[in-house]
Design a protein around this ligand. Structure first.
Ligand SMILES: Cc1cc2nc3c(=O)[nH]c(=O)nc-3n(C[C@H](O)[C@H](O)[C@H](O)COP(=O)(O)O)c2cc1C
Length: 307
C-alpha cells in the first residue's frame, strides 16, 4: 500500500474490517461497496456481488460486465500448482477433480450458502466467458461443468459406495477391514479401503463427498480410539458431511472402548448408524473373518437400501 498509494481501496464492509484487523490502518482510502454497487472504469464497469462466508466473511465476486469475466474469489477455486493458466490446458478431468477436492475440504460445511449463491447467479444471467478464482486455474471452457459440479456437491448428491477409514497398530483391525470390504463388494457395492497411515484426510473427504457410506475402524488403545482416528474425525466433523450412513469395527484386548466411541462420534455427526458395530478380541481367526465378511454384506445391503 505504501508503494502503490492507491487513490481508493474498494472492498466490502466485512473486507474493511478484516483489513483493519490485519494491518491496523484506519487511514487507508477505503471505499465500501456491496451487492449491486457498480463501478465505472471508463470503457469497463465492475459489478460487485458479496458472497459472505464463501468461504470468508469478506468474500466478494467482482464481475467485469463488458468482458464477461467473473473474478470469483474463493468460489470455483482449486488447490493446484501448475504453470498452465486455463482449464483446457490441463489433462481432461484434472481441473474438475482439483475443484472437487477443494470443495470437499473447504466448502462442504457451507453447502446451504453455495446453493443460495448458485440461485442468485442464475437470476443474474451472467455472461460467463471466464471464471477467474483467486487461486487455481481459470475456467474458460468448462464453466458449465464447474457450475454443475457445485450444484451436485452442494446438494450432497451421493452414490452407493462405502469408504472404509481405519487405523491399526498390529494389523488385526486391518484384517477386519479387508474382510468387511470383501463382504461389501459381494453385495455389488464398491468399497474403498483408506488406511489413515496411507491416505491424507483431504483425499478421504473428497471420496466421501459423493459416497453414501462411511465405515470406521480402530484398535482400542488406552481405552480409546487411535489418535489418527480422533484427528480425522475432528476434521470430518467440522466439514459437516450430510446424508451419510455408517458403521464401526475394531480389534481390542479387554475393554474394547473404540467401537463405542466411534459410534458416539457418528451420532454427533448425525450419521445414520447401521447398528452398534463389530468388535473382535485380539487376532481374528478364520471363523471370525467370515463374520467380518458377513458384516460387510450387511453394510452393503444397508447401503443399497438407503435412499
Ligand atoms: C499401548 C496399547 C494399549 C492398549 N490399550 C488397550 C485398552 O485400553 N483396551 C483394550 O481393549 N485393548 C487395548 N490394547 C490391546 C489392543 O487393542 C489389541 O492388541 C488389538 O488386537 C490391537 O489391534 P490391532 O492389531 O488392529 O492394532 C492396547 C494395546 C496397546 C499396544
Amino acid at each position: 500500500m505504501e508503494a502503490i498509494k492507491p487513490e481508493k481501496l474498494f472492498c466490502s464492509e466485512m473486507g474493511k474490517r478484516a483489513i483493519i484487523a490485519h494491518y491496523h490502518r484506519t487511514d487507508w482510502p477505503y471505499q465500501v461497496v456491496k451487492t449491486g454497487t457498480e463501478l465505472s472504469l471508463g470503457s469497463r464497469s465492475v459489478q460487485f456481488i458479496e458472497t459472505r462466508m464463501l468461504h470468508w466473511p469478506d468474500s466478494m465476486f467482482s464481475y467485469l460486465k463488458e468482458d464477461g469475466i467473473l473474478f470469483s474469489n474463493d468460489a470455483f477455486g482449486q488447490h493446484i500448482a501448475t504453470e498452465e493458466r486455463f482449464d483446457d490446458e490441463l489433462e481432461a478431468g484434472k481441473a474438475i477433480n482439483a475443484a472437487e477436492h477443494f470443495y470437499a475440504t473447504t466448502l462442504t460445511l457451507l453447502s446451504p450458502l453455495v446453493q443460495k449463491l448458485l440461485k442468485t447467479m442464475e437470476k443474474m444471467e451472467l455472461d460467463l466467458r471466464l471464471i477467474a478464482p483467486d487461486h487455481g486455474i481459470i475456467w474458460r471452457q468448462q464453466q458449465d461443468e464447474i457450475l454443475e459440479g457445485y450444484r451436485r456437491w452442494s446438494q450432497q448428491e451421493q452414490h452407493p459406495e462405502a469408504i472404509i477409514v481405519y487405523d491399526t497398530k498390529w494389523k488385526s483391525t486391518e484384517m477386519m477391514a479387508k474382510a468387511i470390504a470383501q463382504g461389501i463388494e459381494e453385495e455389488n457395492v464398491p468399497a474403498r479401503l483408506m488406511s489413515l497411515k496411507e491416505c491424507h484426510r483431504g483425499d478421504i473427504m473428497q471420496r466421501l463427498l459423493t459416497a453414501s457410506t462411511i465405515v470406521l475402524g480402530s484398535a482400542t488403545i488406552n481405552n480409546a480410539i487411535m489418535p489418527s482416528l480422533a484427528s480425522f474425525l475432528m476434521y470430518m466433523k467440522g466439514l459437516k458431511p450430510r446424508k451419510k450412513i455408517g458403521a464401526a469395527f475394531g480389534s481390542y484386548g479387554w475393554g474394547g472402548e473404540a467401537v463405542k466411541q466411534l459410534n458416539t462420534m457418528m451420532d454427533e455427526m448425525k450419521i445414520k448408524r447401521i447398528d452398534d458395530g463389530l468388535r473382535i478380541k485380539y487376532v481374528p481367526h478364520e471363523e471370525q473373518l467370515k463374520e467380518c465378511v458377513e458384516y460387510g454384506r450387511h453394510i452393503g445391503r444397508a447401503t443399497k437400501a438407503d435412499k
